[in-house]
Ligand binder design. Structure first.
Ligand SMILES: Cc1cc2nc3c(=O)[nH]c(=O)nc-3n(C[C@H](O)[C@H](O)[C@H](O)COP(=O)(O)OP(=O)(O)OC[C@H]3O[C@@H](n4cnc5c(N)ncnc54)[C@H](O)[C@@H]3O)c2cc1C
Length: 394
């Protein structure tokens, strides 16, 4: 059954140049980049802390900025955020070969990655965003858009004040689920493979804090305890998500109890994710897709990324951040346009979210003063910020 909502007038707030939706790694990088271009930047976040999966989801492994062969390939805000994440000490995997002047051999053995504390990082990130002039609106969900021709003119927001709207000039969708692109009819693509059940958690044992990367194969869950009727978790069905979360936490608790018994001393559960640990759900349909062909030169590259799984490196084409059917919308992070399969798996991780966030934020900022921008303008601005566009420059 359907009902028709009553027509109503909605208060419009205005005054910003760039609106960034989602304050995970991608959104934080985009907001920083846009603000550094001198744009009035609004960061809209559904939760009450920045970092998304990288803080609230307890995914605290900042995967590598290097190619696995001793060469750094990701620079700019991607490196800045890694350094910020371990400013107060790494939780583990301090990249000493990289930050302490190691040789190429040492850098090949030790990748440029780090594990960080989610809470100190989140607060340091928040302070950085504020100090750069980003205005953060927490506890606010973007729940719709208004469009005119091929442009988004307003975002609809829901929060403690009810429903309001914000007038926008350009938008970065860093929601992880392509919320804005879907609402704007910009073209989206759903992950047909689905997600496995995951819930990373911390526990305390013998005075030591330990991270458990708890992830289960969904098919195993099905055999053991058929609570959920679907085979793969799409992440796009609120009822399914809720059932999955309840089951996941039950399984995670069993895992914790079993670990506690093995530790042979008192253990304490320290933190559990407060957002759902979903890897790939929905992404934009871009003007092209990042296909991640090893060492292929992309003339429109906006930055380079390493393969977190094994040695390898890729250039990201600008078109993979641009929405197909809307001209003032860019995407960043796990909802950018990467090809299905390996490419999406490579592009969804933290350093890539930061690389694509910085490029989207710069493009959205440049677009405020006129149509476009041309990819060359984006590339010039990125170079000025220290980003290496091609692997041959690294
Ligand atoms: C189990 C698991 C393990 C992983 N392991 C690793 C790893 O070891 N290393 C690694 O680098 N990566 C890993 N990843 C991937 C990585 O953590 C994420 O893909 C990355 O952090 C995503 O960043 P993002 O900014 O694109 O999205 P998110 O972190 O999802 O951020 C999106 C933000 O948007 C907000 N939002 C959503 N909808 C709205 C809305 N309508 N209005 C306003 N705000 C909204 C959310 O609250 C969130 O803060 C893992 C992921 C998972 C799930």
């Amino acid at each position: 059954m359907l009902i028709t909502e009553r027509e109503r007038e909605t208060l419009v707030q205005s005054g910003w140049d760039v609106a960034v939706v989602g304050g995970g790694f991608a959104g934080a990088a985009a907001a920083l980049a846009a603000a550094r271009q001198g744009r009035k930047t609004l960061l809209i976040e559904r939760e009450f802390l920045p970092g998304g999966l990288g803080t609230l989801g307890l995914v605290t492994v900042y995967l590598p900025l290097c190619d696995g062969m001793g060469k750094q390939v990701s620079f700019g805000i991607a490196e800045e955020l890694l350094r910020l994440s371990i400013k107060r000490g790494a939780q583990s995997h301090y990249p000493s070969a990289w930050l302490g002047g190691g040789s190429v051999e040492e850098r090949t053995r030790q990748r440029f990655l780090a594990c960080y504390n989610p809470w100190t990082f989140a607060i340091d990130l928040e302070q950085l965003l504020v100090s750069e002039g980003v205005e953060i609106l927490y506890g606010t969900s973007v729940c719709g858009v208004e469009t005119k021709e091929r442009l988004i003119t307003h975002l609809y927001l829901e929060n403690i004040e009810g429903r309001t709207a914000v007038a926008v000039k350009s938008v970065v969708d860093a929601s992880g689920n392509a919320i804005v692109a879907e609402a704007a009819g910009a073209g989206t693509h759903v992950n047909s493979v689905g997600n496995v059940l995951s819930s990373w958690y911390y526990f305390l044992s013998g005075g030591e804090q330990k991270l458990v990367q708890f992830s289960e194969n969904f098919h195993k869950l099905e055999c053991g305890e058929p609570v959920i009727d679907n085979v793969a978790i799409t992440g796009l069905d609120a009822w399914e998500n809720s059932r999955v979360l309840i089951t996941t936490r039950k399984r995670m608790m069993e895992d914790f109890i079993a670990r506690g018994e093995k530790e042979g001393g008192p253990v304490e559960l320290l933190s559990v994710p407060t957002i759902q640990d979903l890897r790939m759900t929905r992404r934009i349909t871009g003007r092209c897709e990042a296909s991640c062909v090893d060492h292929r030169r992309e003339e429109t590259s906006i930055g380079c990324i390493g393969d977190w799984r094994h040695p390898g490196a890729y250039e990201i084409p600008y078109g993979s951040l641009r929405a197909e059917k809307i001209d003032n919308l860019w995407a960043a992070g796990r909802c950018m346009a990467s090809a299905d399969g390996d490419a999406w798996d490579i592009c969804r991780v933290i350093p890539v979210c930061a690389v694509t966030g910085e490029a989207s934020g710069i493009a959205a900022a440049l677009a405020v003063s006129g149509p476009g921008p041309d990819v060359r303008e984006v590339q010039i601005a990125l170079r000025e910020k220290g980003v290496r566009l091609h692997l041959s420059d690294c």
